[in-house]
Design a protein around this ligand. Sequence first.
Ligand code: M6R
Length: 578
Amino acid sequence: MCGIVGYVGTQQALPILIEGLRRLEYRGYDSAGIVLFEGNSLTAEKSAGKINKLEEILRGKTFNATEGIAHTRWATHGEPTDLNAHPHFDCKNKIALVHNGIIENYRALKVVLEKQGHKIGTDTDTEILVHLIEEYYEGNLTEAVRMALTQVEGTYGIAVISSYEPGKIIAARKGSPLVIGHGQGENFVASDVSAILAHTKRAVYLNEGEIVTVTADGYVITTIDKVHRTPHVEEISWTLDMIEKGGYNHFMLKEIHEQPSTLGNAIRGRLNFEEGIPRLNGLNLQYDQLRRIKRIIITACGTSWHSALIGEYMIEELAKIPVEVEYASEFRYRSPVIEEGTILFVISQSGETADTLAALREARRRGVTVLGICNMVGSSIARETDGGVYIHAGPEIGVASTKAFTSQIMVLALITVLLGRMRHLSVQQGMDLMHSLQAIPEKVDRILQKEAEIKKIAERYYKTNNFLYLGRGINFPVALEGALKLKEISYIHAEGYPAAEMKHGPIALIDKNLPVVVIALRDSVYDKVLSNIAEIKARNGQIIAIANEGDTEIAERVDHVIYIRLFPCNFLPIIWRY
Ligand code: M6R
């Protein structure tokens, strides 16, 4: 994913921009670039490859610039080359632009611009936009940007500077987040607060279709239709340590280890033991409104979609409300039937995922109450929903979602108890469930203490090309998530399946070279999972079982066992004891 950072003020811009780019590295990128306003002109350096390479190019050069913009690019249109890296320029090198998103109608615009005499030198969709701004420029950069954006179809978060109008950054967003960092005699623009957190904790999130003119002394926000907007400054609660590795080798490992505390944060202040009802005031729904819910749709993407599936199991089992889970990318483009009494939950760590946001807007257009389960405070999804619950997992810098996944499940469990208490669950059941949830952080901590043991298993299998993950019931979506994590991080092909489905095809793949992770907890389908294990063993498959502590029997049937106590996805069986 691309990243943007911009600075205008009195300090040297270069180190601030480079540091900002470094803080955005976690998003992934294949090239980086920077442009400074120096003297009377724009000076740029850009290169394919890592930020180190850009820094090497800049080493030894001296700059005296207090204004600039910078970018990390993840190639979509045009290969990751020096030429295609951002910033891009107009014909006279007077206007520079960095862009996140995709200009969908760039081909048509290119034809028109070339006829008008513009020389377009890169393969990117982005370059078109800066030429369009040039075309409209008549002495007012903000107006030229606004006019250009009226011609554009697609998504953008952009930052523009120009030697025509020094001391200004023009930024705008549609479908790609942008935040203004509010400083003293200096201001910032970024695609993500982590890029500017070292300098300011005061942020203004741009809304869809807004354009901002940022100077050292202030910023003016208007909509693309020229309506003036009053900025709402938010205080960012994150600290710098939260976005640093804190002694871990990488962010994903740090975030995995943060789970006991992030799970604790998800329930903190929300457990009302006296009434056995979780406090989720952010939902903005009264008890009678909660009782009237007839059906729930949950929509999300990727990992968040997997937690939605877990939510479906929990809510249907405990609150007896029908739940449907749908990929946001499907929901937004089809015509779903939404009956009276339906509410929609959207789940998103970032709060900015384009498909999830589009699904949310589609549902709101149809008059449905939309509630969010979100991590990023102030994100688009958090702002555009009718209510919701923050998961309070802190910044998830690692691209692979880990702590956000478990916190989403924790919040879904709280919602389940709340809805259940409005219907079938007694005070005692509500209380007991909340006690079980409260115990989860400590149980997760115990699992993390097994790191060395789990690492040994990983070392045994890391050269394998394929993996299968199996689970039944509520552990089926956990298997899907396990497979997703392995693919994403190890580049090992992995499939997640409901264990019983294995015999309908995937069983053909099983042999001594296929490791299978089986979630085999002591729940109502445990015996059935043991039968699946027998089927795998009959074909010499290698089995890594995840089983409950004390289950010595399973160790005789599989190759490795990782023992755990109850954890969120094993939350459901707790109620079966009543
Ligand atoms: O920020 P979101 O939760 O909306 O992101 C949705 C997916 O892109 C995300 O969950 C993705 O699948 C994970 N990062 C994978 O680990």
